[in-house]
Design a protein around this ligand. Structure first.
Ligand code: ADP
Ligand code: MG
Length: 659
C-alpha cells in the first residue's frame, strides 16, 4: 500500500476540478472503474473527497515482536534482512520481505501479485513497518503490512482505513482521493454545502482544512474535530429525513379505528392470559393513536420473551373489529407460520379470516386484498412483492424490524392506503440505533416479563466436554422438558457441527428420546410438521439451524444447546436463549465451543440492553456500518458507538429549525 502523496503536483495549471464532475475526469478512472465506484455510492468528485476513512485503532510501537501484542496493530523499526519471490499456483506472485529488529528478532511481511516489489527493498535498509502481529508456524508475521517510505515520519498516530470497494485497490483509491483533494475547486464545494442549523455553527470550519484532517490528519485531535464536523452534517441530513418521514406520516390522514370500553373488553378476552402492566400500557397507547386522526407509527421494543406478540394482536384486533385488513410481517417463514398457528387458535370461531402468505403459499394472493371482511394475513417479505396489493390495509405490523431495512418498512406502508404502522424489535438496540433507524417512530418499551418467566441464564461448555451436554439433554428429557439444539449450518454432507451430523450423533447417544431435525432446506409442510410435533410433545429434542432463532415459541422447552456458539453473534445467542424458559419451568442455555468474548458477554448478563452495548463495544462501530446503512442515510463519519450526545444535540437543533 502506498501512502498518499501530494507531491505528484507536476504543476499542471489545469482548471480546478468541479465537485460535481464525474469521476472519469481523474487520471486512471475509466468507465469500468467508474461503475465500480458508483456501485459503492461514489459518482462525483465531491463524493470521493467525502469518502471518509474510519479511524480504526491505535497503533502500538514495539522494539521487537512480542507475544502480548499478537493480533494488535503494531509498528516496528527494522532493517531489511532478506527478500524472496515465490510463485504460487495460478501464477500468483508472493514477495516475502524479512526484517530484523535491532535486537536481531526476525519477522516477515508478504505481498501478493506485485512481483516488482522485491526490487524496492535493498538488504540492510532501515524501514518502519506497520501491520497486525501474528505468529505463524513459529515465525512472526506482520499481516496486512505497510512498509513506510524511507524517511517517512512515522509519528502519525491516527490509523485510517478506507472501506473496501469491490475491484478497486486501496492504493488506487487513495491516489484518486489525493488528486481530487489537490485539484478540487474548494470554494465551489464549500458553497454547495448546506448551512448548519442554528446552534450547530460551532462545528463549522473551512472545508478545506476539514477534508485534509479527514484524509491525512496530523494527529488524533485534528481528525476527531473534523470527523465530528462531518458527523454533524450527516446527522443533520439524517434527522431532516427522519422529520420529513414523521411529518409525512402525521399528515397522512389514516382510517380511524376507535376502541371503546366494550371493544377493549372483547379484544382482551381474545388474548388467553392477563396482560402485564407494560403490555397493557403499550396496547392502550396504541389504541388511542389508532383512533386517529393521523397514521400511527410506533416502535415497540422489548427484550426476548416480554410478550410483544400479544400487544400486536391486541392492536390488530382493534382494526379487525372495524372490518379492516392487517398485515403481519415476520422475518422468517417459520416465525410467520408460528404466529399464524398461534393466532389462528386465538381467533377461532370469529369472523376474522386469518391467512398465511409466504414464498411457498403465494397462490392465493390475488383475491386476498379484495376480501370484504376482516382479514389478518401473516407473511414474510413475500408480502412485500409488487403484485401483493392490500388496498384495505389498516395496520401493518413488522416483527423483528431490525431484520428489515427502513426501505422495506416504507414499501409495506405503500401497499395500502396510509395504514398505521407498528414495528417491533426484540434485539435491544443501542439508543443511537433507535435514533438513526427508527427516529420517525414513537417508541414504547416492554421491560417487564410475563409472570413466572425469568430471564434465562447461559453457561459455557467447551467442545471437548460434549459428553456433559448429552448428560444435560438426557436429564432435561427425563424430567419431561423439551430441548432445542441449534447448529450453525445444515451440513448436508455430514460436516462436524452441522445439524445433520449432530442429529445423527444425538440419536445414537440419547436412546429413548424422540429427536427431530429442522432446517431451511426442508419443504414448508415437513418443517411445519416437525415444529408442530415438537410443540405438542411428539418430539423431545429438536435439532436445527438458526431457523429456530427468532420468535419460536414452545413453552415446554427448558433447555437450548447451541453448537459451535462461537460462530454466532451476541444478538443471535441472546435471541436463541429466549427460546426457552417460556413456560412455568426455568430455562437454561448451554453455549458450546471455545470461550470467546461474545460468549463470555452472553454468560455474564441476561439484560438485553447491556448486551447490545457490549456487542457494540466488541465489534466496534466499523462493522455495524452495514446495519446503519439500512437506515435513512449512509453513515460515513458518524460513529453509532460514540456519537449519542452529538445525535441528541443535532436532533434538537433540527427539530427547532424552521426549514
Ligand atoms: P416476544 O416479545 O419475544 O415476541 P412473545 O410474544 O413470543 O415474546 O411471548 C413470549 C411468551 O410469553 C409466549 O409464550 C406468550 O404466549 C407468553 N406471554 C406473553 N404475554 C404474557 C402474559 N401477559 N402472561 C402470560 N404469558 C404471556
Ligand atoms: Mg416475538
Amino acid at each position: 500500500m502506498r501512502v498518499m502523496s501530494t507531491a505528484g503536483a507536476s504543476a499542471e495549471a489545469a482548471a480546478p476540478l468541479d465537485p460535481a464532475a464525474a469521476l472519469t475526469v481523474l487520471p486512471g478512472v475509466g468507465p469500468t472503474t467508474a461503475a465500480r465506484l458508483a456501485a459503492a455510492g461514489l459518482s462525483t468528485v465531491a463524493d470521493l473527497v467525502q469518502w471518509f476513512p474510519r479511524r480504526y485503532r491505535a497503533l502500538r510501537e514495539l522494539e521487537a515482536p512480542d507475544e502480548s501484542a499478537t493480533g494488535e496493530l503494531v509498528r516496528l523499526e527494522a532493517s531489511v534482512h532478506n527478500v524472496a519471490l515465490a510463485w504460487l499456483p495460478g501464477r500468483r506472485a508472493m514477495v516475502t520481505v524479512t526484517f530484523a529488529t535491532a535486537s536481531g528478532a526476525l519477522f516477515l511481511t508478504r505481498f501478493f501479485n506485485q512481483p516488482w516489489l522485491r526490487k524496492n527493498y535493498p538488504i540492510g535498509q532501515q524501514r518502519a513497518v506497520e501491520g497486525v502481529l501474528a505468529r505463524k508456524s513459529s515465525r512472526w508475521v506482520l499481516e496486512n503490512a505497510r512498509i513506510l517510505p524511507v524517511g517517512a515520519d512515522p509519528a502519525g498516530e491516527v490509523q485510517l482505513r478506507y472501506r473496501e470497494i469491490e475491484g478497486v485497490s486501496a492504493a488506487r483509491l487513495q491516489n484518486w482521493i489525493a488528486t481530487a483533494l489537490r485539484d478540487l475547486d474548494i470554494a465551489r464545494l464549500q458553497s454547495s454545502l448546506p448551512a448548519l442549523p442554528t446552534g450547530l455553527e460551532a462545528h463549522d470550519d473551512p472545508v478545506e482544512d476539514l477534508l485534509a484532517a479527514m484524509h491525512r490528519p496530523a494527529d488524533v485531535a485534528v481528525h476527531e474535530r473534523a470527523r465530528r464536523h462531518f458527523a454533524v452534517r450527516e446527522a443533520v441530513e439524517l434527522f431532516a429525513q427522519v422529520e420529513r418521514a414523521r411529518r409525512a406520516r402525521e399528515r397522512r390522514a389514516a382510517q380511524a379505528f376507535p376502541v371503546d370500553v366494550e371493544l377493549a373488553a372483547r379484544v382482551l378476552a381474545r388474548i388467553p392470559f392477563d396482560l402485564t402492566a407494560d403490555q397493557d400500557r403499550a396496547l392502550r397507547a396504541i389504541w388511542q393513536r389508532l383512533a386517529g386522526p393521523a397514521a400511527l407509527g410506533v416502535l415497540l421494543q422489548g427484550d426476548v420473551g416480554t410478550g410483544k406478540t400479544a400487544v400486536a394482536v391486541g392492536a390488530a384486533l382493534a382494526v379487525l373489529a372495524h372490518g379492516g385488513h392487517v398485515a403481519f410481517l415476520a422475518p422468517t417463514e417459520l416465525l410467520a407460520e408460528q404466529h399464524f398457528a398461534t393466532v389462528s387458535t386465538w381467533l377461532a370461531d370469529t369472523d376474522v379470516r386469518v391467512e398465511l402468505l409466504t414464498a411457498t403459499t403465494r397462490r392465493n394472493v390475488g383475491e386476498l386484498g379484495e376480501f370484504a371482511g376482516p382479514l389478518l394475513v401473516f407473511g414474510t417479505h413475500a408480502l412485500l412483492t409488487k403484485d401483493t396489493l392490500l388496498p384495505r390495509l389498516g395496520l401493518a405490523i413488522v416483527d423483528e424490524q431490525h431484520r428489515f431495512g427502513v426501505g422495506q418498512r416504507m414499501a409495506l406502508v405503500n401497499k395500502g392506503n396510509n395504514p398505521h404502522v407498528l414495528v417491533m424489535t426484540a434485539t435491544p438496540i443501542p439508543r443511537t440505533y433507535a435514533l438513526t433507524l427508527f427516529g420517525d417512530l414513537d417508541a414504547h418499551q416492554l421491560r417487564e416479563r410475563p409472570p413466572g418467566r425469568g430471564a434465562v441464564r447461559a453457561v459455557h461448555v467447551r467442545t471437548e466436554q460434549w459428553a456433559r451436554v448429552e448428560q444435560s439433554i438426557r436429564r432435561a428429557v427425563r424430567r419431561g422438558g423439551r430441548v432445542f439444539v441449534v447448529c450453525p449450518a445444515v451440513g448436508e454432507d455430514g460436516e462436524k457441527g452441522g445439524a445433520v451430523r449432530v442429529h445423527r450423533t444425538l440419536a445414537r447417544a440419547i436412546r429413548g428420546a424422540k429427536i427431530g431435525l429442522v432446517h431451511g432446506r426442508l419443504e414448508t409442510e415437513s418443517r411445519q410438521a416437525v415444529v408442530a410435533a415438537f410443540r405438542n410433545g411428539d418430539l423431545d429434542v429438536l435439532v436445527g439451524t438458526t431457523v429456530l432463532e427468532v420468535g419460536v415459541d414452545v413453552p415446554a422447552a427448558t433447555l437450548i444447546v447451541v453448537v459451535a456458539a462461537d460462530r454466532f453473534g451476541i444478538a443471535t445467542l441472546h435471541q436463541l436463549r429466549g427460546r426457552v424458559g417460556r413456560g412455568s419451568r426455568r430455562g437454561l442455555c448451554v453455549l458450546c465451543g471455545p470461550k470467546t468474548p461474545r460468549i463470555a458477554a452472553v454468560c455474564a448478563t441476561v439484560d438485553g440492553f447491556e448486551l447490545a452495548e457490549a456487542d457494540l463495544a466488541i465489534r466496534g462501530s466499523g462493522e455495524l456500518l452495514g446495519t446503519a446503512q439500512s437506515g435513512f442515510v449512509e453513515l460515513r463519519a458518524l460513529d453509532p458507538s460514540a456519537d449519542l450526545e452529538l445525535l441528541l444535540q443535532v436532533r434538537e437543533a433540527v427539530r427547532g429549525d424552521p426549514r
